[in-house]
Ligand binder design. Sequence first.
Ligand code: ARG
Length: 442
Amino acid sequence: MEDINASIGFDKKLWRQDIQGSLAHAAMLGKVGVISAEDVVSISDGLKSIAAEIEAGGFPFTTALEDIHMNIEARLTERIGEAGKRLHTGRSRNDQVATDFRLWVRDAIDGIAIQITGLMRALAERAAAHAADPMPGFTHLQTAQPVTFGHHLLAYVEMLDRDRGRLADARRRLNVSPLGAAALAGTSFPIDRAMTAATLGFDRPAANSLDAVSDRDFALEFLSAAAIGAMHLSRFAEEIVIWCSAPYRFIRLSDAFTTGSSIMPQKRNPDAAELVRAKTGRMTGALVALLTVMKGLPLAYAKDMQEDKEPVFDSAESWALSLAATTGMVCDMTPDIARMRKFAGSGFATATDLADWLVRVLKLPFRSAHHITGTLVGIAEKKGIDLAGLTLAEMREVEPGITAEVFSVLTVDASVASRTSLGGTAPANVAREAAGWLAVLA
Ligand code: ARG
C-alpha cells in the first residue's frame, strides 16, 4: 500500500509552493480569528525554518507520510508542537494540492515563456543578418522557389510567438485559487478566500468548491501547449539535422552541439537536434497520459489525480531543456551562404518567375504561361542545364514573344527581390520583419 500510495518521491518538487500556500493559509486563519496571532508567528517561523532545512538538503523525507503536504505538516508539529496541529484547520489536502500544483505550473509557464522569448530573439538576430541571403525554399522537400534564410528563420519566430500566446492564455485561466474549497464542499470556518487568493497572486478564488478540487485543466492546457511547442521545436530540429547532413551542408554545428563517432572519424552527429526532435514523443505522451487519467473521473477529488504530476514535471523539464539546446544551436550554427545560394538556383527554382514574366509582360493567361514554362523546363532538363542556360532562340521556339529581358527574372536574387507581397520573402520585407521582432523582443 505504501509503495503504490506514496507520492513523496516526485511531489517533493512542490515543497516551495506547499510552504508558500501554508504561509498564506496560516496568515488568513490568524486574521479571521480562527487561530491566535502567536500561533501564526510560530507556524510561519516553523515553515521558514523547514524551507531552509529542505534547501540545505537535510529534510527527512519519508514515504510513511505519503506526500509533501503531510511530510511538511508533520515536521512542523515536530518542531513547534501544538500550533503545528492547527495549520490544517479549514482546508484539506485536496484544495492544498490543487493550490500547490497550480502555483508550480504557473512558475513553469513563466520560466518557459522567458526561454521561448530568448529563442525568438536568437532567431530574429540571425534572420536580420541573413535577410537577403537566398536558400532553396521547399514544398514536399522538393526545391520549389528561392526564399531567404532570414525569412525561413522568421517562420519559426511566428510559431514560437503562438507558443507564448498559448502559455499566456493558459496562465489566465489557471490563475484562480482553489484554496479554501477544503475537501470538496467548502468549510464552516469563517475563512477569507479572497485574502489567500490575493496573497498567492491569484486573480480570484475559484467559485465552485467541487470544481476547485477536481479541476486539472490548467495542467492539461500546459501539457497541450508543451506538446505543440515540442512539435515546433522538432520541426526545426529536423531541419537542422537535414541542413547538417553531408549532401546538404547548409549549416555547420561546432563540437559544442555535435558528437563524434567512435569508429568513423569524419562524423559530426547532430545529437542535440536529434534529441530535441525525439523529446516530442514523451511530451505528446504526457498530454495523452493525463487526458486519459482525467477521462471519466466522477466529482470531486479521486486519488487518480495524484498521477497528474509526473507527466507535467517531465514535460516542463523536457521543454526547458529543448529550448536551451535549440537556442544554443541557433547561436552556434555557421550557415554556408554560398552553398545555400547555389542550391537556391538549382532544380528550376525560378520556373515560377518565368511563368509570372510571361503573364506580366506578354499578357498570357497564367495557365498558358505555366504550360510554356513546363515545356522549357523539360528541354533544359533533357540538356542537363538550368533555365538560365537556355538560349533566347531555344526559348523563342516555344514562345516567340519571349525577349532577352526574361533572363533578368531567372536569377535567384531577382526572384526573392520580387516577392514583395505582404509576408513574402523579399529581403526588404524580411529585414523590416526581423527589425520589428527585435524591437518587440528587446
Ligand atoms: N498526494 C495527493 C495528490 O497528489 C494529495 C491529495 C490527497 N488527498 C486525499 N484525499 N487523499 O493528489
